[in-house]
Write a protein that binds this ligand. Sequence first.
Ligand SMILES: O=C(O)[C@@H](COP(=O)(O)O)OP(=O)(O)O
Length: 285
Amino acid sequence: MQLLGIRWCVIRHYSCCKPKENHNKMVKYRLILLRHGEGAWNKENRFCSWVDQKLSRDGVKEAQNCGRHLKSLGFEFDLVFTSILSRSIQTAWHVLEEMGQEWVPTEASWRLNERHYGALIGLNRAEMALNHGEEQVKRWRRSYDVTPPPITEAHPYYHEIYSDRRYSHCDVPLEKLPKAESLKEVLDRLLPYWNERIAPEVKRGKTVLISAHGNSTRALLKHLENISDEAIVNVTLPTGIPVLLELDENLRPLGQHRFLGDQEVIQAAIKKVEDQGKATPVVKK
Ligand SMILES: O=C(O)[C@@H](COP(=O)(O)O)OP(=O)(O)O
């Protein structure tokens, strides 16, 4: 039996918490959000942001595992949205390939890009924590309305970013693109895309995958789940782990988002991302 693009027999076997019968009756739409697989600079613990790093070898494996897992759960996507950064696009490719759903249409927008980390781009988080303190690094990484210092033309990655052809194809002129963003500013640029492009497709009954980034996904979760400015500080997303959101007919969430997969492994992956901001040198895999 097909329900909302997911085989019913399988959805009953979600390992984390089995949804109650009443809950299932209220669920109208299911949405999968995904932070891309590990990128080369995630491995090096550097702020990557708008620098177009590709997936690492482990990142490719994460995306493939994610695709296999979603397939085993019976997901059938109708539409995929990505950012215009390669790591989110490549993740979508690997997920769809593993699912045998390469034909599914994909659409890329800068509005799903990672948060623009401004002058912090390229810097190592652990070194930043040593120089500025862990609290300051956490404020930069996780608070809702703190904008890091803007990127300037003197920054080593400024020209690589702004002379990239992809940014002359955006729906805002090049000079209006951000030079640094808080999470709030990410939500401001993402929301029109959600409202005008993604939400109508979800309401049309399409099963949608959004393959994006840690902070663009946090911003969307904050909006959809109405997470407070204080509580969003504690939301961290690991790479390559699908996040399920179940929504009612008005796209209001029914219960909290759920990470799909082995919960112990996921908690360890979340801790690893949080620990990237610690002053102690991060041990590379
Ligand atoms: O810009 C980056 O380096 C990370 C997020 O960094 P943190 O906010 O976790 O420091 O983004 P992503 O890997 O999801 O594209």
